[in-house]
Design a protein around this ligand. Structure first.
Ligand SMILES: C[S@@+](CC[C@H](N)C(=O)[O-])C[C@H]1O[C@@H](n2cnc3c(N)ncnc32)[C@H](O)[C@@H]1O
Length: 342
């Protein structure tokens, strides 16, 4: 055994404090059982909350007391709870709601992927693919209930910050047609079209079940009806729309390894040789937050993804015939990585 350091009891306690995977799961369970919705703007005893949410009072009390430690819910007097600023965000339809994201983090498939992290380290494969022997996208297409939660979570995340990201790049207004590749159900592209009325058309590209969800969104109906927003179901590794001035992606480059990203970029380069490419992504550096580090791990266990550094972005763009021209910060954790064809 090493003689260089003799850990004391405080060290052992500090480490043991870190060994419970509870916070994310308790947040997810709170969302699943609608606890924040039941509490609304009032206070409630744990007994009443258990009865109204259909949960076991003993287990519910334990979940709530743990979450109170994290600032999610408040205990106003023993066994009486109310929403806190953070737990209000678990209410459905609440401004900036994170309900679907909270449901996503408790998904069984995601916990299974976390459970295979060690296999991932040993093999270099995403834990999800070790466990399920298929890609996450195939799983989501085959399990519509998981797909709907995933798409909802992407919207929660996008809705909270799409307006800020869209406003951070006035140059979007110079584009006649903007295509959002892997644009989910259209939250980000919708925000760009609203913020930049001069853009003639947006083209939303995603896999068929996701495009069907976009088509059903009441808030996009008029843009779709007037053809300002065109929906294109398809696989962006096979075909991307041509006649585009600006391709955008958000949270897509980090989902794929370099070879796949270069494949996608080369298709764009060939389909619209003059179009610029603007990626809304996290850019990793030595000051990256804990959130970005956690996010990078999620990418690793789910899909062989990677949160890249600026130099790594420059390299994939270069390999596909683009030059990284600028990294534009936004008021969010995302940066806009701009590239132009060489
Ligand atoms: C992480 S989500 C990001 C969604 C959206 N851009 C956002 O920021 O909310 C990645 C998206 O890529 C889509 N996608 C994955 N593989 C694809 C493929 N081969 N072709 C088209 N879209 C794909 C997924 O369905 C999903 O909507």
């Amino acid at each position: 055994m090493s003689e260089s350091y003799a850990p004391d009891a405080a060290d052992a306690f500090a480490l043991s404090q870190l060994m419970f995977p509870t916070t994310a799961l308790c947040i997810s369970v709170a969302a699943q059982h609608g606890l924040a919705d039941v509490l609304g703007d009032g206070k409630m005893s744990v007994e009443e909350l258990a009865e109204r949410s259909g949960t076991n009072v003993v287990q519910l009390g334990k979940v709530l007391r743990l979450l109170v430690e994290e600032g999610v819910f408040r205990e106003t007097q023993p066994d009486v709870f109310e929403n806190s600023p953070l737990s209000h965000l678990l209410r459905r339809g609440f401004p900036r709601s994170q309900y679907s994201m909270a449901r996503l983090v408790g998904s069984r498939w995601l916990w299974t992927a976390w459970g295979r992290l060690a296999d991932g380290l040993a093999t270099g494969k995403p834990g999800f693919e070790v466990a399920y022997e298929k890609t996450l996208w195939a799983h989501l297409a085959q399990h519509p209930e998981d797909g709907t939660i995933f798409n909802g979570a992407m919207n929660d995340f996008s809705e909270a910050l799409s307006d800020q990201v869209a406003a951070s790049y006035p140059e979007f207004s110079d584009s006649g047609v903007i295509a959002d590749l892997g644009g989910g159900t259209g939250t980000y592209l919708g925000a760009i079209l609203r913020a930049h009325p001069g853009v003639k058309q947006g083209v939303l590209v995603d896999l068929p079940p996701v495009i069907e969800e976009a088509r059903a969104r009441p808030d996009l109906e008029s843009m779709i009806g007037s053809d300002r927003l065109r929906l294109e179901a398809g696989d962006f590794f096979e075909k991307v729309p041509g006649g585009i001035d600006t391709y955008v992606v958000k949270q897509v480059m980090h989902s794929w390894d370099d070879a796949k990203v270069v494949q996608l970029l080369k298709l764009c380069r060939a389909a619209s040789p003059k179009a610029r490419f603007v990626a809304a992504e996290f850019v990793r550096d030595d000051k990256s937050s804990r959130f970005v580090k956690n996010f990078d791990l999620v990418m690793t266990i789910t899909m062989n993804g990677n949160v890249r550094t600026e130099a790594q972005y420059a390299e994939v763009f270069r390999a596909a015939g683009y030059e990284l021209t600028r990294v534009v910060p936004t008021d969010t954790a995302f940066s806009l990585v701009e590239a132009r064809p060489v």
